[in-house]
Design a protein around this ligand. Structure first.
Ligand SMILES: [Zn+2]
Length: 178
């Protein structure tokens, strides 16, 4: 469930403790000595459907074990707006400069305890990938095959907004060029 073992305030052991919170009994990892609680709230992650020269840029992350192309994503930083954060991520990952961004939607990604905030962005410049990305592809919007998880649902919603009926396919069911 969680990697935390000790209280960050008093270093006592943490344990799953059930307590009433606003009238409901809730079990959370809590310090047995002080009032510290590991809330385990989802972390905001920003994602970009990057439009570049009329195409959509999908990139392959070096950390992914299978050859998949997906959105540019990154953790939201303290003291930034979501719009500024998504522009920062796009610049860091691709070297492209974002000139406009539109919110596509907000999605849960429970597997990683994250909440995804996805934008469609217009970007310009010369593509230079960061070391986190191995390669990219530019897709016609109608040719993107959606993946049935997290950011894939955002791509599907964005396609529907443009009159494209999305097609889903799991990564493990794809051929080399899909
Ligand atoms: Zn404590």
């Amino acid at each position: 469930m969680s990697a935390y073992k000790y209280c960050p305030l008093c270093r006592e052991t943490l344990a799953l403790v059930t307590r009433p919170e606003e009238g409901l009994d809730v079990t959370r990892l809590r310090c047995v000595a002080c009032e510290w609680t590991h809330w385990n709230n989802p972390t905001p992650v920003l994602g970009a459907i990057v439009e570049y020269k009329g195409k959509i840029l999908l990139a392959r992350n070096a950390a992914w074990t299978t050859r998949r192309f997906a959105l540019i994503t990154g953790f939201m930083e303290a003291m930034e707006t979501p719009e500024a954060g998504v522009a920062r991520e796009v610049k860091e990952e691709t070297n492209l400069v974002v000139s406009a961004s539109t919110l596509v939607g907000v999605y849960d990604f429970q597997k990683n305890n994250q909440v995804l905030i996805i934008y469609h962005v217009q970007a310009q410049g010369d593509i230079q990938l960061s070391q986190e990305l191995l390669e990219y592809k530019l897709y016609d919007p109608k040719d993107i095959i959606c993946w049935p998880s997290g950011t894939g649902y955002a791509v599907a919603q964005w396609q529907r907004q443009r009159g494209i009926e999305p097609v889903f396919k799991a990564w493990e069911d794809r051929t080399e060029n899909e």
